[in-house]
Design a binder for this molecule. Sequence first.
Ligand SMILES: C[S@@+](CC[C@H](N)C(=O)[O-])C[C@H]1O[C@@H](n2cnc3c(N)ncnc32)[C@H](O)[C@@H]1O
Length: 218
Amino acid sequence: MAEIESADYHDFVFKDGRLVGEFEQMYSKSSVAPWHQDEDGARLDCKIALGIAEFALPGHGKVLEAGCGLGYFADLLAKRLPQARIFGCDISPTAVHNAGSMFPGIGFSVADLKKPMQAAEPYDLVVIRGCFWYLFDAIDMVVSNLTALVAPGGRLLVAQNFPPLDRDFIGKDILPCPEALVGLFAPAFKTLVDCRFADRTANGGNDDWVVFLSEKIP
Ligand SMILES: C[S@@+](CC[C@H](N)C(=O)[O-])C[C@H]1O[C@@H](n2cnc3c(N)ncnc32)[C@H](O)[C@@H]1O
């Protein structure tokens, strides 16, 4: 893939109406924490997702944040679930390295959700936040991987923002609405919580959220 010369993280994500997806270059060149992950703790979707995570796993267990980036949300999970062992994975080695430096109590590793993955020991709770607009072009593999990562009877927590659904957006052909995302997991999971809300405080335009918790059918 060609080198992209920019310090603006947006340039590594989408360009000319298509997914660029150069996340390793992005994390090594961006002048700020991409998507301002370091400020996420204040966001409403984080507070709601963390509350649902606590409801989903009140005691001990193994938790994976898939697509964890710099690890800020994994760290919030670790603080909210003090009895759990927290892990994170991301496609970017730079992000994983920096996350490990900042949050040494969390086990971070490199993994590509679009390629076949093996879960040696599956997780009691898998969390994925804000990633599907970078994964939709290999959605069957991603769903298969996430399903395999959850232990039988374990839980999957998804937090995903959508643009206004009446607009065109990249990935709309695959994920036209929150129901389509929830439905992708329906064959293997039972939905326990389905929370929809609009966060107009963020002012970003992609502020219609679905946060859902599903339990893997044993
Ligand atoms: C919007 S960020 C979300 C980061 C983190 N979940 C959070 O809430 O702060 C999306 C993340 O997905 C990661 N990602 C993109 N494609 C991926 C893939 N194929 N496999 C694993 N992670 C991927 C990116 O590197 C990026 O860190």
